[in-house]
Unconditional design. Structure first.
Length: 379
């Protein structure tokens, strides 16, 4: 089992939530979801989240109706609105290279960062929904080519954010003596807005090991997450690059384990089969298009895909104590952040902040004390 170094164990685990800026909630099911994709609801949720221990929020990116998501707010504009409605929350906008020019996005994010006092971030999505690209008349690149483009995209973002005379020459983008002002807010440990990136394939892992600040994992069990962390850290070490790790999980916290599992069973039993199968057929090519079959959703089953990003697999389902125990184990295995989804956002986020998070913090304190204690010397 790969574990974090001692300093990592002393850092508090960070928490993010999926912004429900897309209709249909976070599970593709006809179960009741007391959540809403509109701005007023999301503004209230953002304030509630930052007051209940959440440091980040991730706005989803969908450009057209698909798979139970009939309506969707554009991620960057919506993220800026949430930034201006909060005081501490960092908001990550998911974006697609190929549908954005990196120079235009760099300018938008720089302004959003200045307006929010240094709280803007991006999640670079290399692309899984072919219909969004072809429907807009844009080319759909082969899998590894999409990740090559994403690497250039990220390098251009960072170059423009940090250099007054930005230069870049690549296969997809060329920047010549270009300057954007104002620059984003720079602070110690944060020279520019944070860049997140997901993906499960070897190309995605190598990308994270070269240029990304954060690597997002789909929902995984302990061993699956450990395997990803070990491999990405290896690529990062080869490139003398530092990368942190986020893990997706869907939280069902109830007073008893039986109650929580009953909710999970109901979610799956009431799955919107047509929408799940449509999503499944669209994303299976993401795994099959890679030579080593390690792409996103390559081994996802029907029940996994009821939550778009395999969130059930992380197992954050049970009592507050059980969820805290799993969160700590993921921390030991390299997680710096948990990206969470919920069924009833306002109620569940508050419940998490009041009932789960204090247990996690207490266990972290115990872990830190244990990490500072030398192992006994045996004869």
């Amino acid at each position: 089992m790969s574990t974090q170094d001692q300093s990592g164990l002393h850092e508090p685990l960070k928490f993010a939530y999926w912004v429900p800026n897309v209709s249909g909630g976070l599970v593709t099911s006809d179960i009741e979801q007391r959540t809403d994709w509109g701005y007023d609801y999301n503004r209230d949720l953002a304030v509630l989240a930052e007051n209940n221990g959440f440091e980040y929020a991730l706005s989803q990116v969908r450009y057209t109706a698909s798979y139970g998501a009939a309506y969707q707010h554009e991620s960057t504009g919506f993220s800026l609105a949430l930034l201006l409605a909060t005081q501490r929350l960092k908001v990550i906008a998911a974006i697609h290279p190929g549908l954005w020019h990196p120079g235009v996005l760099a300018k938008f994010v720089a302004s959003a960062d200045v307006l929010s006092g240094g709280r803007a971030a991006v999640n670079v999505v290399s692309g899984w929904f072919k219909g969004e690209f072809t429907g807009l008349g844009e080319p759909w690149l082969e899998h590894d080519e999409r990740y090559r483009r994403s690497e250039e995209f990220i390098r251009v973002l960072k170059e423009l954010w940090t250099n007054d005379h930005a230069e870049f020459t690549g296969d997809f983008y060329r920047i010549h003596d270009f300057d954007i002002k104002p620059k984003p807010v720079a602070s110690e440990g944060r020279p520019h807005p944070e860049v997140f990136q997901g993906g499960n394939s070897t190309a995605a892992r190598k990308l994270a090991g070269r240029v990304s600040d954060w690597y997002f994992s789909n929902g995984k069990d302990f061993d699956g997450f450990s395997e990803q962390v070990e491999e990405v850290r290896g690529y990062a070490a080869e490139n003398e690059h530092a990368v942190r790790f986020g893990l997706n999980g869907f939280v069902i916290a109830r007073e008893t384990e039986a109650e929580a599992k009953d909710v999970l069973r109901e979610i799956v039993a009431k799955a919107n089969v047509e929408a799940v199968e449509g999503f499944r057929s669209a994303v299976k090519q993401a795994g099959k298009s890679t030579s080593d079959q390690k792409g996103m959703w390559a081994d996802s089953e029907f029940a996994d895909l009821v939550q778009y990003n395999d969130g059930f697999r992380t197992g954050l389902i049970g009592t507050p104590e059980q969820i805290a125990d799993r969160a700590i184990e993921y921390k030991k295995r390299g997680a710096n952040l948990l990206l969470l989804g919920f069924l009833h956002y306002l109620e569940d986020v508050e419940y998490f902040g009041k009932n789960v998070l204090p247990i996690i913090r207490a266990k972290e304190a115990d872990l830190a004390r244990g990490a500072a204690t030398p192992e006994p010397v045996h004869a």
